[in-house]
Design a binder for this molecule. Structure first.
Ligand SMILES: [Zn+2]
Length: 177
């Protein structure tokens, strides 16, 4: 498949022609002749000539006269074939995420007179200090067995053995119990 792109800034035209040439044996050669451009393709033991004149190209049935023609340097570029995209490579399985490093391992950040450290978060700027406790100072609330208990619905005090709130009737123990 030979596709011709022509045009300047602002407008571009393309013309695609399919030529049965067989496998190319050498890179195509581009000639600048007095009448236009000629591409020579050597394939399957014979030569094909494509003439480009203006914005059109055609396959020549006879070899043109290339006497005095200049060979134009060609560059191989990766244009991709957008009409027939290559099949996607199968997705690589995702690398397992590295587990988050615990905050304790973080080193204090220091920028000028500003210092910041994590867990507890502490910021110091000059003589000002901010500290945010992330761990509660008091131990977590003891399990239900301890008294006094309060209804989770209305907040009324209930005895440890009550199954229902005496005030609002809310069930205080899981149904499975
Ligand atoms: Zn209640």
């Amino acid at each position: 498949m030979v596709t011709l792109f022509s045009g300047g800034a602002g407008q571009q035209q393309s013309q695609a022609n399919g030529f049965e040439t067989g496998i190319w044996q050498t890179p195509p050669v581009l000639f600048q002749t007095t009448t236009g451009l000629v591409i020579r393709i050597e394939a399957a033991g014979r030569q094909f000539f494509i003439q480009i004149q203006g914005g059109a190209m055609q396959l020549l049935t006879t070899a043109p006269s290339l006497a005095g023609a200049d060979v134009v340097a060609l560059q191989q570029v990766d244009t991709g074939d957008h009409s027939q995209p290559e099949p996607m490579e199968p997705m690589q399985p995702m690398e397992p995420m590295e587990p988050m490093k615990p905050m304790e391992s973080m080193k204090p950040l220091r920028m000028g007179n500003m210092e910041m450290r994590m867990n507890p978060m502490e910021m110091q700027m000059g003589n000002m200090r901010l500290r945010m406790e992330t761990t509660p100072k008091s131990p977590p609330t003891p399990p239900q067995a301890a008294s006094p208990r309060f209804c989770t619905q209305c907040g009324a005090g209930v005895s440890p053995h009550d199954r229902f709130c005496a005030n609002c009737g809310h069930r205080l123990v899981p149904i499975t119990e």
